[in-house]
Design a protein around this ligand. Structure first.
Ligand code: CP
Length: 306
């Protein structure tokens, strides 16, 4: 694997290799060993052209735990503001002996563009591009599901909310179907679903209560207003009434169902605080597992396995 740009088309063996490698890193950190020397001497550049709390920070922690040197480009004070193109910026950083770029960008395809033009030997990881893909988020979600549910082949999983604008949902759907989840549901109003979403192998529901019936895993999404540009936007109250996850709606799912959210959450819009902080929520473990998953991805790309 040279780059990680999407989960679409990645075979199950590679997805499972990443999950299994992440397990070894969880084992390492659970033994209070904070650092391993796998990427010593490697230079990893975090290029976040869009805001991030979880992804940027966990990539930095993961790189440091692998003993790499990490550089966070401060986009706000970079030469981008003077008109430099994305490729020129990246080529200049590559000339500083970069080994890996972790890229988040509002434009779908930005990480692919960088990967296409990167000199041989450089690895590119997509940390979220437009509404297209967010592969490491999907991988940490698969890791979380496997940790709590152990298997994929007997699960009913529901992805709820703004599927249309969500790079997370796309990457989750590809990973879930590849890993053999037999029933993936999407629950959303028609206005927040891509046209012909069924082609991705999902079952479509517009009603929360019927869509959540007997599910094992709920994956909630926020309204991604920054990508809506002129589309009809329901009020927060209206959205919460129909699609906000409350204890009452959650009771339609299996009693041992887990509740996930990639963050950032909008409490009182897509999820009630009593559910976000409740006993079925695994939202914070998701964040923690993101470190091991990103360690796994970076070490596999660099060919440095445990
Ligand atoms: N899940 C996710 O991508 O969160 P951040 O935007 O905080 O990185």
């Amino acid at each position: 694997l040279q780059h990680l740009l999407t989960t679409e088309g990645l075979p199950a063996e590679i997805l499972l290799q990443i999950l299994d490698t992440a397990e070894t890193f969880v084992g390492v950190t659970e033994r209070d060993v904070k650092k391993v020397p796998l990427l010593r001497g490697k230079s990893i550049f975090n290029l976040f052209f869009e805001p991030s709390t979880r992804t940027r920070t966990t990539f930095e922690i993961a790189a440091k735990r692998l003993s790499a040197d990490v550089f966070n480009l401060n986009i706000a004070v970079s030469a981008q503001s003077k008109g430099e193109t994305l490729l020129d910026t990246v080529n200049n950083l590559a000339a500083m002996d970069a080994d890996m770029f972790v890229v988040r960008h509002s434009q779908s395809g930005a990480a692919h563009l960088i990967a296409k033009h990167a000199r041989p030997g450089i690895h590119v990881i997509n940390a979220g591009d437009g509404r297209h893909a967010h592969p490491t988020q999907a991988l940490l979600d698969m890791f979380t599901i496997r940790r709590f549910k152990h298997e994929f082949h007997n699960l009913r999983v529901a992805i709820v909310g703004d599927i249309l604008h969500s790079r997370v949902a796309r990457s989750q759907i590809h990973a879930l179907t590849t890993l053999g989840v037999p029933e993936v549901r999407v629950i959303a109003p028609k206005t927040l679903l891509p046209s012909r979403v069924e082609r991705l192998g999902v079952h479509v529901f517009h009603d929360m209560r019927s869509g959540l019936k007997d599910v094992d895993v709920l994956m909630m999404l926020r309204l991604q207003k920054e990508r809506m540009q002129g589309a009809y936007l329901p009020s927060s109250e209206e959205y919460f009434k129909n699609y906000g996850l409350t204890p009452e709606k959650l009771s339609m799912a299996r009693p041992d169902a887990i509740v996930m959210h990639p963050g950032p959450m909008n409490r009182g819009v897509e999820i009630d605080s009593s559910v976000a902080d409740g006993g079925q929520s695994v939202i914070l473990p998701q964040v923690t597992f993101g470190i091991a998953i990103r360690m796994a991805v970076m070490s596999i790309l660099a060919g440095q396995q445990v």
